[in-house]
Design a protein around this ligand. Structure first.
Ligand SMILES: Nc1ncnc2c1ncn2[C@@H]1O[C@H](COP(=O)(O)OP(=O)(O)OP(=O)(O)O)[C@@H](O)[C@H]1O
Ligand SMILES: [Mg+2]
Length: 374
């Protein structure tokens, strides 16, 4: 059994969470994990999967908040050929792919109401239908859901079904925010220091006692993710130098400025432009390589060295004699489409990795896949 995932921390809250997680892991009960962003919900879900009899099988993470509502059902339950425009072939959904393994439904509060009915049926009976199919399929997928939203409020606002809420809440694991975990903050900092010392080959001189106190007082709005990212940039940018509160403050300030940039809505547009530029550069390189290859073939055919070589055809001679051709203009959309298709192929259709590699968010990727019929 692969048990490489550990939940770091010695605080009473984390020890208790680890114990409960181990107990529920050996059953197939549906679990709801709640906690602020970056607090370790996915880590806990993987921990449960790896401590279950399903450990050797797939663990499929699905971010319900990133999938547009129009295609979420076909993503989760699969679809039959021709069930909607663009469904050129039948496709398995995540519930089928997670059969015998576990499915991790992140941001469950974002699931559309009409999908919630079908999801509740899967929890209760393990059964569902592909979009456009009449046949019922069964899955033996262990369901772990997570949210950083207040589902109780979502129920009050009629955005989340009450029956599903109570069904999910029967086993709820609440991860406390990092600021409430006391000295775990320093234990985790230490752990990440070792990780990044090894990864980047940097020797770290340590934290001053004042900077340790600073970390214990800081509210960590981004939780463990924020701590981990901070440690990595501290090690790299300060080159292992001893950390004082001033240095910590400087880096935290820079990171919060950067974060406000990330939340700038125009960022998505910038990312899309970057994608188009990088695709254009790639296309330009490819055209250059094709031109070189073509010239090599033509000059090889023109050289009267081998009787085996055929004389150049008049068309080839024309190419050889013509002034260098202008690069054909390819519409930007075509370039973008090819680039997305290539990235999807490279990552075996994994949308999360593909979006990361292309520097766009998952929601944008889904929109483009639909737009280009990929
Ligand atoms: N207890 C832990 N031990 C080790 N690493 C952790 C722990 N908790 C979180 N991390 C690390 O912190 C980062 C964020 O964790 P994770 O993705 O599980 O958070 P999350 O709660 O799912 O966040 P989000 O709400 O944004 O989806 C990851 O890099 C993860 O490896
Ligand atoms: Mg997560």
């Amino acid at each position: 059994m692969n048990r490489s995932i550990d939940i770091i921390g010695r605080s009473a809250a984390i020890q208790q969470l680890r114990e409960i997680a181990q107990k529920v892991a050996v059953t197939d009960v549906t679990v709801l994990i709640t906690g602020e962003t970056g607090s370790g919900k996915e880590v806990l879900a993987r921990f449960i999967h790896e401590h279950s009899r399903r450990a050797g099988k797939s663990f499929i993470p699905v971010n319900c908040g990133a999938i547009p509502s129009g295609i979420i059902e076909s993503e989760l339950f699969g679809h039959e050929k021709g069930s909607f425009t663009g469904a050129v072939q039948a496709r398995k959904g995540y519930f089928e792919s997670a059969d015998k393994g576990s499915i991790f439904l992140d941001e469950i509060g974002e699931m559309p109401l009409e999908t919630q009915v079908k999801f509740l049926r899967v929890i209760e009976t393990g059964q569902f239908q592909r979009v456009g199919a009449s046949e019922t399929i069964s899955t033996d997928a262990r369901i772990i859901a997570a949210t950083n939203r207040n589902l109780h409020q979502a129920v009050a606002d009629m955005n989340f079904r009450e029956d599903l809420y109570y069904r999910l809440r029967s086993v709820e694991l609440q991860i406390p925010p990092l600021r409430e975990r006391g000295s775990d903050i320093l234990i985790m900092a230490e752990h990440f220091v070792h990780e990044f010392e090894r990864k980047h080959g940097i020797a770290f001189e340590g934290f001053s006692p004042e900077s340790a106190e600073f970390m214990l007082r800081y509210p960590w709005p981004g939780n463990v993710r924020e701590l981990r990212n901070l440690i990595e940039s501290l090690l790299i940018l300060e080159r292992g130098k001893k950390i004082t509160p001033d240095i910590l403050e400087k880096h935290l300030l820079q990171r919060s400025r950067h974060k406000s940039l990330v939340h700038d809505p125009s960022k998505t547009e910038k990312n899309e432009l970057n994608l188009i530029y990088s695709s254009l550069i790639q296309l330009r390189q490819e055209i250059g390589e094709i031109r070189q290859l073509l010239q090599q073939v033509i000059s090889a055919r023109q050289a009267p060295t081998s009787p085996l070589l055929l004389p150049p055809s008049s068309a080839e001679t024309r190419i050889a004699e013509a002034p260098p051709a202008e690069e054909p203009t390819v519409p930007l959309e075509e370039t973008e489409k090819r680039s997305i298709a290539a990235a999807l192929r490279k990552y075996d259709g994994n949308k999360r990795k593909t979006a990361q590699m292309l520097g766009i968010n998952e929601r944008t990727l889904y929109r483009k896949i639909k737009e280009y019929g990929l």
